[in-house]
Design a binder for this molecule. Structure first.
Ligand SMILES: *[C@@H]1O[C@H](CO)[C@@H](O)[C@H](O)[C@H]1NC(C)=O
Length: 258
């Protein structure tokens, strides 16, 4: 399921630490690649490396499982990367879809970040965030499923900022005090390498001016005031439950951080 979202770039400090793992990973990978006969597949090394990246925040599908995933059953060596021109490429249907795919991408690996050339005010290129070619008409169902999966795995997302501590802290405290399972997915947006891109992009896609932004089941709560209002009624607990997170559903403390 993690393989819906690709791993595009490495944070600089992780690259250095990762170098230690690279030699072993590459040689082991080579053996596996030969065994699978997929020498020309570009995605396998990154899947494998992701397993061993020190910053990888989530469990990643082992190589074998990745191959049995429905999305990967198509012969990888015929991955139609060059069939469709970039300029006539497929786009996400709505900003909500863009948001789902972006959050899925950001959550899949702690090191996932958007490249510097991305214009946050333009529609997000699906190629940057999806682990498969979405420009094929036949892939629309897979895109829809990837977005559903992003919200299923990340039912409650907190987009926080260390630069505006009181409101961000309040939102995080409010959410973490519910002891959710699965853990809330928390991003410190201003701490990211791609902060200058992702910050305005998240504002565009959620319609929120300021952080923190809490996203429950794919629906943004656009201000701390709105979040407080929701907590005063049953709305906060109800929407979180409806999104698939269980209140008081986890045993140990501490939210998952990104
Ligand atoms: C929401 O759930 C929390 C945790 O169980 C509880 O303390 C709180 O009272 C609930 N809120 C409402 C309005 O029922």
């Amino acid at each position: 399921m993690r393989s819906y979202f690709s791993r595009r770039t490495y944070q600089a400090h992780q690259v250095r630490r990762f170098a230690v793992y690279a030699l072993g990973a590459v040689s082991f990978c080579a053996v596996l690649l030969v065994l699978h006969g997929y020498l020309s597949t570009p995605h396998i090394p990154s899947q494998y490396e992701a397993l061993h990246a020190p910053g990888a925040a989530h469990p990643v599908l082992p190589l074998q499982q990745a191959h049995t995933h429905p999305l990967h059953n198509a012969p990888p060596r015929h991955h139609p990367k060059t069939k469709v021109s970039r300029t006539t490429g497929w786009r996400f249907a709505t900003p909500a879809d863009e948001l789902g795919a972006l959050i899925g991408f950001m959550a899949a690996f702690a090191s996932n970040s958007l490249p510097a050339h991305v214009d946050p005010q333009q529609p997000l290129d699906p190629d940057l965030v999806l682990g498969f070619d979405a420009r094929d008409e036949n892939m629309r169902d897979e895109v829809r499923e990837a977005i559903r999966e992003a919200w299923r795995v990340n039912p409650v997302v907190v987009l926080s900022e260390t630069g505006s501590p009181p409101a961000s802290r309040e939102a995080k405290d409010m959410i973490t005090s519910l002891n959710l399972y699965p853990d809330p997915t928390i991003f410190e947006v201003d701490q990211r390498d791609d902060a200058d891109i992702v910050r305005p992009m998240l504002q565009r896609l959620t319609g929120a001016d300021l952080f923190p932004i809490v996203i429950i089941g794919g629906t943004p709560v656009r201000s701390i005031a709105e979040l407080r209002r929701m907590r005063e009624t049953t709305a906060l607990n109800d929407t979180i439950t409806a999104a698939g997170a269980k209140i008081n559903g986890k045993r140990k403390k501490h939210g998952r951080k990104h």
